[in-house]
Design a protein around this ligand. Structure first.
Ligand code: HEM
Ligand code: HEM
Length: 179
């Protein structure tokens, strides 16, 4: 059931792709929504802390995703991509994979190094950090996390536009392989 057919990614690869895409949108939505709630309010803390945990889930699933990708080579695109298009597709996929690890890790290190612990939403439980607290270092990590978050609006946007272009303009099977 999980093996890729000649026309589609494996079931697990497709499942991971779409679930992780939804989780990433949720991570963005949660952190952007925090400004709607008063500083110090329970709802604001819930939005921010849920952002942390949705991101951690993305990081966890990213390991399974890479393992699945190494286990099964995706089916070819027909008609095949050549030259620049092939290069652009491969480069953007590497960038997206790098993001799946780098973004949550930067966020996680920010929290652990800034606060000295990771909070669990809706509880008073704090998971202690194994790292020493350093506000200045945490600030640099946070800046990088925010910068990467902004850059990836464009990379993800480009990825979505490419998928639509493949389907409606080039009329190949790129998108069908992922659904
Ligand atoms: C898919 C994963 C993630 C994405 C896409 C993401 C995205 C973002 C973005 C776009 C911002 C900036 C929001 C703004 O400037 O208004 C942000 C802020 C932040 N993120 Fe993440 N993040 C992810 C994972 C994580 C994780 C796993 C943690 C911690 C465990 C984390 C901790 C933070 C912190 C501490 C901030 C700053 C919040 C503040 O200024 O109040 N992020 N994130
Ligand atoms: C946060 C959002 C997303 C992320 C992080 C993401 C990430 C990725 C990655 C890393 C791959 C490469 C898979 C591989 O061959 O190893 C991929 C493939 C693909 N994605 Fe996404 N994706 C996202 C959203 C979307 C959306 C919204 C669409 C559709 C509109 C889409 C359509 C596709 C398609 C069609 C492929 C297959 C491309 C190919 O094999 O050449 N993705 N995605």
């Amino acid at each position: 059931m999980n093996t890729p057919s000649a026309v589609r990614y494996s079931y697990r690869a497709r499942w991971l792709h779409w679930v992780m895409a939804i989780l990433i949108v949720l991570a963005y939505a949660l952190i952007l929504s925090r400004t709607q709630f008063a500083r110090g309010s329970g709802l604001r803390a819930f939005a921010v802390q849920s952002h942390f945990w949705v991101g951690i889930l993305v990081l966890t699933l990213a390991f399974f995703r890479v393992a699945e990708r190494r286990r099964h080579t995706p089916p070819d695109i027909t008609p095949p991509l050549e030259g620049f298009l092939r290069l652009a597709a491969t480069a953007s996929h590497y960038l997206l994979y790098a993001f799946l690890f780098a973004q949550p890790l930067l966020g996680l290190f920010t929290v652990l190094i800034e606060k000295g612990s990771l909070p669990i939403p809706l509880t008073d439980t704090l998971i202690p950090s194994p790292f020493p607290v350093s506000e200045r270092f945490a600030e640099s990590l946070e800046d990088l996390h925010k910068l990467l978050g902004s850059i990836f609006y464009y990379i993800i946007g480009l990825h979505v536009v490419a998928a639509i272009w493949h389907h409606f303009v080039r009329k190949d099977n790129t998108l069908k392989r992922m659904v």
